[in-house]
Write a protein that binds this ligand. Structure first.
Ligand SMILES: *[C@@H]1O[C@H](CO)[C@@H](O)[C@H](O)[C@H]1NC(C)=O
Ligand SMILES: *[C@@H]1O[C@H](CO)[C@@H](O)[C@H](O)[C@H]1NC(C)=O
Ligand SMILES: *[C@@H]1O[C@H](CO)[C@@H](O)[C@H](O)[C@H]1NC(C)=O
Ligand SMILES: *[C@@H]1O[C@H](CO)[C@@H](O)[C@H](O)[C@H]1NC(C)=O
Ligand SMILES: *[C@@H]1O[C@H](CO)[C@@H](O)[C@H](O)[C@H]1NC(C)=O
Ligand SMILES: [Cu+2]
Length: 370
């Protein structure tokens, strides 16, 4: 079963197998300020001790009281989630999609390290390796990973280190309703995380063509393959797996940038406000001409589309609130380097220019291929 909008994504980004594209090269340091380079590695290459250290730091973030007065947040982990929930209407289906999520991953890594004693780097989920078999992945391991699939109508996870975490942001824009981490793992959808979809995106040589492709299948394969909280386009950072998923997508973007340096350190474009209000990259999420939910009807298990709020985020909870922010620092319709990425005090706001280079003056990391 594949929704029309997914077929659109499949035909836009899928199709014939691309020749394998060379991956991550190591670019030279550019302004000399990035000297201690964090090595971001795949979760499945972590030792059990490394996995434990990361998970312990995440649990620490979840246990640390909120400090910023962001409405409805109880802890530091939710403060990160709040920045995503609050502005999800302007960080998806737009040119700032990849830059904003890059900054969010970095902020998460920074909090783990500076506030929770984590010594390592943010890991990524090698989703291409697990495409079609998320259910047996190392990431969703009940003992050494993030816990497995959800159970029952609510899809609450029943094992793993986050089984007792109570999240109060979501579904959609709702706040103040405590809920478990819930999942509806779907290995049919997780096939869209396959390497062939990524190679297809790498055939595009401009950001204008690359970003919608990346937000399509590789991105939706991760969200839809886990399902549940991860399929909530607005509050999905309530499942800690979100950070491994979006770090993977960040690697996909960086590996594409690294194919043509330095040119791709300044290549940015894309619309500033989602055309028609769509949430491309989520099943049922539509595209620039087709708004998708909340006005269309997705029927994926665990996906948006109405009915049971824990299974399908109801339409009314997908509608941006009246005080939803608009883009800043970018007066035109096309996303530029001066576009401001707002972090509401979790970390300082940054511009897109600040996050174009992972070894620049703000960010300082690199990706190690698995
Ligand atoms: C979750 O809470 C239950 C009940 O208090 C406790 O027995 C269990 O050890 C907790 N599990 C984790 C992973 O914290
Ligand atoms: C996956 O696809 C197969 C074959 O099309 C189908 O029988 C099965 O029900 C699907 N599983 C899920 C969870 O959608
Ligand atoms: C957007 O979705 C509609 C409806 O599924 C489809 O007809 C249209 O071709 C899509 N547009 C793009 C740019 O993918
Ligand atoms: C989607 O479902 C809602 C609620 O059932 C309904 O009001 C709406 O008309 C449907 N929209 C479409 C495009 O089918
Ligand atoms: C931006 O797009 C809107 C809607 O398509 C259009 O009305 C407006 O003139 C555009 N503004 C600029 C500066 O291009
Ligand atoms: Cu997102």
């Amino acid at each position: 079963m594949v929704l029309p909008s997914l077929l659109v994504l499949l035909s836009a980004c899928g199709g014939s197998m691309a020749a394998a594209v060379a991956r991550s090269t190591t670019p030279r340091a550019r302004d000399g300020t990035c000297t201690t380079i964090l090595q971001r590695r795949a979760w499945h290459t972590f030792t059990d001790e490394e996995k434990r250290a990361y998970i312990d730091a995440e649990l620490c973030l979840m246990a640390k009281p909120a400090t910023l007065g962001l409405k409805g947040t109880k802890n530091r982990f939710e403060e990160l989630q709040w920045t995503h929930q609050h502005q999800s209407n302007i960080v998806h289906n737009v040119g700032a999609f990849l830059p904003y999520h890059r900054l969010l991953m970095w902020a998460h890594e920074k909090l783990l390290r500076e506030e929770c004693g984590y010594q390592g780097a943010q890991p990524y989920w090698d989703e291409a390796r697990d495409a079609g078999k998320f259910s047996t992945s190392d990431v969703l391991d009940p003992v050494t990973g993030f816990g497995g699939n959800g159970v029952g109508e609510r899809g609450c996870i029943v094992d793993g280190p986050f089984v007792n975490f109570t999240n109060s942001l979501g579904p959609g824009y709702r706040i103040g309703e405590d809920h478990c981490i819930y999942r509806f793992v779907n290995d049919n959808i997780s096939r869209q995380a396959a390497r062939s979809f990524i190679d297809e995106c790498y055939r595009h040589t401009t950001f204008a063509r690359f970003w919608p492709c990346a937000e399509g299948s590789p991105h939706s394969g991760g969200h839809g393959g886990v399902g549940g909280k991860m399929l909530d386009p607005i509050s999905s950072p309530g499942d800690p797996v979100f950070y491994l998923h979006h770090t993977w997508l960040d690697k996909v973007w960086w590996d594409w940038q690294a194919l043509d340096l330095p040119a791709r350190l300044t290549d940015i474009s894309g619309r500033n406000t989602p055309g028609g209000g769509g949430f491309g990259g989520f099943p049922g999420g539509g595209n620039g001409t087709n708004p998708g939910f909340p006005w269309g009807n997705g029927t994926f298990p665990g996906g948006p589309g109405g009915g049971n709020p824990w299974r399908n985020v109801p339409f009314q909870d997908m509608v941006p609130p009246a005080d939803a922010p608009g883009p800043e620092g970018d007066p035109g319709n096309v996303t530029t380097l001066t576009h401001i990425l707002k972090m509401y005090g979790v970390v300082p706001d940054a511009t897109i220019a600040d996050v174009m280079d992972v070894r620049g003056s703000l960010l300082c990391y690199e990706y190690v291929d698995a």
